[in-house]
Ligand binder design. Structure first.
Ligand code: UDP
Length: 345
């Protein structure tokens, strides 16, 4: 099988490509604007990488959509600070550029595996979000945070419609706060405050000895999912035994790993202090509270909780997440200690 992964250097892309090359005989064709996370892939004869941009290298992409069996467009901005500060960039990349790829899959009859997002459920009040039944609940237009969710939701609907009217074969997957090695780069740039996802934001603060900031008190909850669990599920989705996963949507998350952002901060701080290399750094971060308006800006609105139902993944794919939160955080932190031992991150 030949898999095209656009955004192969991203957090999901690089881990998926590495696993495919390790555990299967499939070939991976990958494009990205960077290649710094591809150390486990480069040099493998079944890995074909080209440095490129999905908005520029259109001929290469069309040729490879034609050539491959499965297409995974993973290029997207997925950090809330950018939804608020640059909503048009989010719309352009996450919606418009990806729509072009969807249309190429329709044109060449290729199977599309598309990353939807847990954000599409928005402020849904269901205890567990169900792929086929839960309502998708977004805030007012002036709250620009929702541009990402709305862009992804519309693409989900467009893909669904292409399946319905043009027989596009697709599977949508919705990651719930995946964490692990190579998640985001650590940053110390105050201009970029909040520009990483929460786990890497907190790890950056710990390495720099700067305060960990809990937005609006940190009582909002998330279910954190270890990358290896997510990749296990994606491999089975790519395999698609008997074509049973076509036209389906899957949450990929760990409902057992729910924590408040405040708990997350204290857990990470404790794990950081316990780590054997922490003594050399001599850093100490206090945990403080900040208002979301100051941290993100006016257009931010939070999601208080989001728990996935993973029943469908269990029933249809035979998949369940295995890695508990403490292990997931420990492994994530260990990666940053190993790759980023200097305090000037
Ligand atoms: N958050 C926080 N401090 C930070 C970064 C994020 O309290 O330094 C909060 C944020 O307001 C949200 C949660 O952590 O409620 C998760 O944020 P993330 O950026 O990981 O994305 P989300 O889960 O909202 O998509």
């Amino acid at each position: 099988m030949k898999i095209l992964i656009l955004g192969v250097n991203g957090f999901i892309g690089n881990a998926l490509a590495a696993r495919i090359l390790r555990d299967t005989d499939w070939e991976v064709f990958g494009m990205d604007i960077r290649e710094d996370k591809l150390d486990l892939c480069q040099g493998n004869t079944r890995f074909h990488f080209v440095e490129g941009d999905i908005s520029i290298n259109r001929e290469w992409i069309e040729y490879h959509v034609k050539k491959c069996d499965v297409v995974m467009p993973l290029v997207a901005i997925a950090t809330p600070a950018t939804y608020v500060r640059e909503p048009l960039r989010v719309f352009n990349l996450d919606f418009e550029e990806n729509l072009n790829i969807v249309r190429l899959c329709v044109k060449y009859g290729k199977r599309l595996l598309f990353p939807s997002t847990s954000e599409v459920y928005g402020m849904c009040t269901d205890k567990e979000f169900n792929e086929d039944e839960s309502n998708l609940v977004l805030g007012p237009i002036r709250m620009q945070r929702w541009i990402y969710s709305a862009s992804k939701q519309l693409l989900d609907r467009v893909i669904w419609a292409y399946g319905f009217q043009k027989n596009l074969k697709f599977t949508l997957f919705r990651p719930f706060n995946w964490i692990g090695p190579k998640l985001d780069e650590l940053t110390s740039d105050p201009e970029k405050e909040g520009s990483s996802r929460v786990v890497t934001q907190f790890i950056s603060s710990l390495f720099l000895g700067e305060p960990i900031r809990l937005v609006d008190g940190g009582l909002q909850r998330r279910c954190f999912t270890y990358i290896d669990d997510g990749i296990d599920c994606l491999i089975k989705i790519i395999e698609n035994k008997d074509g049973r996963l076509n036209g389906e949507i899957f949450n990929i998350g760990n409902p057992n790993n729910e924590a408040t952002i405040k708990d997350l901060a204290y857990k990470l701080k404790a794990l950081f202090v316990e780590h054997s290399s922490a003594k050399n750094l001599n850093r100490s971060s206090e945990i403080i509270e900040v208002y979301s308006k100051e941290f993100y800006g006016e257009g931010y609105q939070d999601i208080n909780f989001r728990v996935p139902s993973v029943k469908k993944a269990k029933d249809l794919i035979g998949w369940e997440p295995k890695v508990d939160l403490d292990t997931a955080l420990k492994k994530t932190l260990a990666y940053y200690f190993d790759s980023n031992p200097k305090p000037e991150c």
